[in-house]
Design a protein around this ligand. Sequence first.
Ligand SMILES: Nc1ncnc2c1ncn2[C@@H]1O[C@H](COP(=O)(O)OP(=O)(O)OP(=O)(O)O)[C@@H](O)[C@H]1O
Ligand SMILES: [Mg+2]
Length: 382
Amino acid sequence: MAASDQVRLLVVEDVPQVGQYIRSLLNSQQQIKLLDVMSDGAKVAGQIAQLRPDVVIVDALLQGRVKGPQLIGQLHAAGLGVPVIVLTVPQKPIEPDPDIGVHAVLSMPFSGYDLISRIHGVQAAFRETQAVGNSRLITVFAPKGGVGTTTIALNLAVAIGQAGRRTALIDGSLQFGDLRALLKVPMSAPSIVDLPTDRIAEGDLSDVLWRDPSGIDILLAPPRVEQHEMISVRDLDKILSLMRRVYDVIVIDTTVGIDERTLALLDASDTIVEIVTFDSTTIHNTLVMADTFRSLGYPPTKVRYLVNRADSAGGIAEQDLAAAIGRVPEHRVVSDGRLVVQSNNEGVPFVLAEPSAQISQDVIGIANALLVADRPAVGARH
Ligand SMILES: Nc1ncnc2c1ncn2[C@@H]1O[C@H](COP(=O)(O)OP(=O)(O)OP(=O)(O)O)[C@@H](O)[C@H]1O
Ligand SMILES: [Mg+2]
């Protein structure tokens, strides 16, 4: 089972036998990951912010500084976005009422089946009440090297960040990551290999991500080429699933070619922005990729084509490309050698350095189009 499918559970229980009983019920399965059993109600909100559970169980009879009902009220008021299952005894019946933060009730004694089905049930019901999908994963990919993938990924991420979304950029070019050099980030700045592989918490993310002055957080590739081997597909799945809880939008820069890790990133993506240019090898490579995506079962709407340097003369005409891919490319970005070189030299994305330039306007337009695509009702308007 992919780590991203696991339900992350936090239990608040001060009776050791009950805590131990829940542990034992969850021991022999993988669907639910028990993050912690806490006995101090006063520490729960902080721990939720750190561990980002999907579901929390609170014993209504919790004693101590913060008692059960008080804790349930606090969690509800804090709007942490996590459903709460309240544990009680038959002598003290409680009715589920999401309006006061009681999303489900589990009465003792309960079996492993009761526990697991209640957890899945409350999570599914809660998800439906939330805005569809909390985060967007956009991977920028090209069937050919050197066509501007990194340039577009960086400026797109910054433009999305400027639109008020909490945005992260991942350097998915794990072997020869470009973003460190492009943004003049010191070699000592931590990278994806510095994330713990076992239990990643939000605090780890904020220690490792580079807070760029452009307003986005960047997960850098390792500083040394051979370190890329330390990152497995499973690590990537875990990292993405945690980052999706924290960021509204995640943009990924990739390297050319499809290995199993790039594939994991593409699979996980909501949208693939595929960079093409008007040169003679483009049609061939683009068709090969389209075939690959089709055989992977990606719907056509998952891929959006972006013609980079769309105004510069190349070996093929615009209509040839459209005929080959069976549709007009969704997006285009003009060429601007002067501004791109200057902004790369200064380590300042061109959408910030010269937002009114045509190339910046093109990228900002694409950022807005991607934000409204599929979800017109959600988020800020521009
Ligand atoms: N729209 C554009 N106008 C002018 N120059 C551009 C444009 N887009 C990219 N470039 C230039 O093209 C070169 C390649 O860009 P970039 O590094 O972003 O490509 P890439 O596809 O990520 O390359 P690689 O395959 O090496 O990762 C850079 O010198 C960049 O400045
Ligand atoms: Mg690149």
